[in-house]
Design a protein around this ligand. Structure first.
Ligand SMILES: *Cc1c(COP(=O)(O)O)cnc(C)c1O
Length: 427
């Protein structure tokens, strides 16, 4: 391996990889400067190519709930590796994973594995259309469901950060089949159902948004969405790629007591390797090939190495049930931010549940995309850089959720809170 600095590596990457990154969220264009390269990660810490140690609040964008390079996950991958990397046939890990997911997320009666969250949401939408024989999909502004054509409309995450919430390259005729509504607004959803009778195949949402910064649902909102979908014969799809196993073993659907028809998963269920999944009611899932007419496939779906990591990650969660501990960490950071911002007279909103939260620089309470966009992105950029100078890595965007892991407990969280407080005082 090379011992080049981040700047040297990035100069080479810029010549060969568009923007120097393989996913736009890793770019620093919205916060200034250029991204650092990481050569190793353990626990709560990233070690950069420049030998800096950073406390990581990105956690590989969600998967690393146990911290980086957890020994149990490493050992599971090593064991699987002994037997081979891919077979192209069914393998035992797939059954074990399906049993785990269906047991922990009771709305999922049958499940199919994919290699990314994007494939999971894309496939769930196709399945909803094939099952209902309807074409239109409802999504909510600021929700990000991966980068497939139907869903990359008023999208959050990197699409928003870099100024293209409606990506170029999506035919207007495709986009017309996707209706975009404001989140946390049941009246808008009711009106859309009335305006498009018998045309809505499904409603897809992040039950708590993590991709325009973190925005939980208002009390009662998800129950209203569930009721409207049932009333109008549309499938309710919870995209829990980010929230699944992050806030509770059973996801936001467990916390809120809602039963969606379909659920998409990813991130944590791969334990740091590329995995996604979608599942739900058995009668709907049985519309998938080879049983039914909705086609969906994947050469590396259910890959033994990837599933060994994911299974180890889920088993650890079951064993430790760390959610109360993680919530205490989230609250500690939230209180540190609120008190430092108050002392400095900077208006902030810090929506937080468990180990997910965001800092919005605005006096406006955050309920949806429009309120999230009132956040002062330039001020966020200065906050981001001050934290990074102090040794804490936040997501390089004003519109992303921050993640904590069990490895942040103890010295790391105390130090991170000091750095963040000092960063706020320096603004
Ligand atoms: C990350 C994410 C996706 C896409 O998953 P990939 O593995 O990046 O394709 C979909 N939905 C949500 C809610 C996500 O956070």
């Amino acid at each position: 391996m090379s011992s080049q600095t981040s700047d040297q590596l990035f100069a080479r990457a810029l010549q060969l990889i568009p923007g120097g990154v393989n996913s736009p969220v890793r770019a620093f264009r919205s916060v200034g400067g250029s991204p650092f390269f990481v050569k190793a990660a353990r626990g709560a810490t990233l070690i950069t190519a420049d030998d800096r140690e950073l406390i990581d609040f990105v956690c590989t964008w969600g998967p690393a709930i146990h911290g980086h390079n957890h020994p149990r996950i490493k050992a599971a991958i090593a064991t699987a590796l002994e037997s081979g990397t891919s077979f192209g046939t069914p393998n035992p890990y797939e059954v074990e994973m399906a049993e785990l997911i269906t047991r922990l997320v009771p709305s999922i009666q049958k499940v199919r594995m994919t290699s990314s969250g994007t494939e999971a949401t894309m496939s769930a939408v196709r399945l909803a259309r094939g099952f209902t024989r309807r074409d239109k999909i409802i999504k909510f502004s600021g929700c990000y469901h991966g980068h497939s054509d139907s869903l990359l409309i008023k999208a959050g995450s990197g699409a928003l950060t870099h100024g293209h919430p409606d990506s170029a390259g999506i035919p207007a005729s495709f986009a017309r089949e996707t209706i975009v509504l404001p989140f946390n607004n049941a009246a808008a959803l009711a009106a859309a159902f009335t305006a498009h009778p018998d045309q809505i195949a499904g409603v897809i949402l992040e039950p708590y948004i993590g991709n325009v910064g973190f925005i939980p649902a208002d009390p009662g909102y998800l129950a209203a969405v569930r009721q409207l979908c049932t009333q109008h014969g549309a499938l309710l799809i919870f995209d829990e790629v980010m929230t699944g196993f992050r806030l509770a073993l059973g996801g936001v659907q467990q916390l809120e007591g809602i039963t969606p028809d379909l659920t998409t998963l990813g991130k944590i269920i791969g334990g740091g390797l590329p995995v996604g999944a979608f599942g739900g009611r058995a009668d709907i899932m049985d519309h998938l090939a080879p049983l039914g007419p909705v086609y969906q496939a994947g050469t590396l779906s259910g890959n033994p190495l990837a599933l060994s990591a994911g299974i180890a990650s889920l088993r650890l969660l079951e064993e430790l049930n760390p959610y109360a501990r993680l919530d205490a960490l989230g609250q500690q950071v939230r209180e540190a931010v609120l008190s430092a911002a108050k002392a400095k007279g900077i208006p902030v909103q810090v929506p937080q549940r468990g180990s997910m939260f965001s800092v919005f620089f605005t006096a406006t309470p955050i309920r949806d995309y429009d309120s999230a966009l009132t956040s002062d992105a330039a001020l966020f950029g200065r906050f981001f850089r001050a934290c990074l100078d102090g040794g804490v890595y936040l997501p390089p965007s004003a519109y992303e959720a921050y993640f904590l892991s069990t490895a942040h407990e103890g010295a790391a969280i105390d130090r991170a809170c000091d750095v963040i407080s000092a960063a706020l005082r320096s603004l």
